[in-house]
Design a protein around this ligand. Sequence first.
Ligand code: SF4
Ligand code: SF4
Length: 476
Amino acid sequence: MSDAIPTSPEEVLATLDLSGNRKWVYPTTSQGRFWKARMAIGWTLIAIFVALPWIEINHRPAVFLDVASREFVFFGLVLHPTDMVLLTLFLLTVVLLVFFVTALFGRIWCGWSCPQTVYLDFVYRPVERLLEGKATKRRRLDEGPWDFNKIWRKSAKYSIFLVISLFLAHTFVAYFAGWQNLLEWMGQSPLDAPGYFAMMAITTGLILFDFGYFREQMCSLACPYARLQSVLMDEDSLITSYDPSRGEPRGTYRDRKQSDGVLELDGEQVEFGDCIDCGACVRTCPMGIDIRDGLQMECIGCSACVDACDEIMESIDKPRGLIRYTSQNAIEGEETKVARPRVLLYGILLLVALTALTGMIVTRGDLEVDISRASGTTYSTTTDGEITNRLSMRLRNRTAEPAQFRFEPVDLDGVRVRIVGDEVPVLQPGELEHFDVWVVTPPDEMPPGGTVGQFHLKLDDDVVETKDVRLLGPRS
Ligand code: SF4
Ligand code: SF4
């Protein structure tokens, strides 16, 4: 790292110098009202994340992304690759929701709900503070020699980080493997389950690297959502902002004392603003930026600077909100418009997608069925003169219970259905089965050239699906 190279906020990120070297951030903690609310939300989200793979709905984990079997479970709804339309619609709804929320509330997700912020602020950093002390102490420790004090504190910190990362990695993998598999693998030697061991080692390593070292660089350099912000937000979106009309001209106590609280600017005498240039908002920022420089790409809207400044304002008997959640327009004295074209457009599209998604889920049957004529066949005639058509069926049980479906003709006199080989098997939840059936039609019931027969697929006595099937027969 070269001290000779000057840094310029216009040219580099706040946490990188011009050579690209990392400037480590030591944020102070501002435990104001927003911090308390964020912590409550953060721990609720952590509890949900940890619990979801263990909670069962209809004998399945609440969320289970079984990529190997290409089966995705969301709160009792089981999706398969054949549900591609529904899956695509679901993803589209999520994207539109992100667009809509970002247009209205800016980076509220980043500051309040993103796992990167939640785990760093409420899990890893508290451990770090416990072992290495407050921001100034941590900086001193990092800059100091590798003596016994530093070695044991760093060792203890990274050992605890490792345990937490292992736990998070196991929870994460449980979403994809299921907790039964996970517990089974955990009881095995790495040689018996090398895939599991490798997957867990990589996931743990990535989590440890991210929360132990990479930290705010993830938001500044790697996160694609952060890159999208400028496109999705406008001057009316909610942002964390410093109010220069109230805060400027800023001045420390000493500045104010030296000039009797009045400042000479461009030949005019002006009173100092509310900002006492204490730097609390900068010291607490986990992204290492100064919010007083205006809206910056790195700002994740975490409100730490709001809490820090509110505390300062209270201590000097000024109203809170010199830094606050507001909009660019409000800061510039304009009216903030909520209903504006982009919000309306995203809102309408989101509503349409949500309605379509809900409709598809509600009308989705218990059975996924596909019936076609067995390939390369027409019809055949038995020695009794009956006409047989061979059909291929593909059935998937979408219910949460084992099920045996029945395939029955509707209003086709004398028509019988015979399963080739055996009866329709009992299908386990989510199970897919292929089998063939013979449809046997008495000769006098078959019109010349064939007909379209209607069939019911039944579960118990309920009709779950009705299908029309082309049946072939002799022309005369
Ligand atoms: S915390 Fe408030 S008063 Fe202190 S420097 Fe920041 S904006 Fe100014
Ligand atoms: S400027 Fe304020 S809201 Fe933005 S990241 Fe820093 S502390 Fe959080």
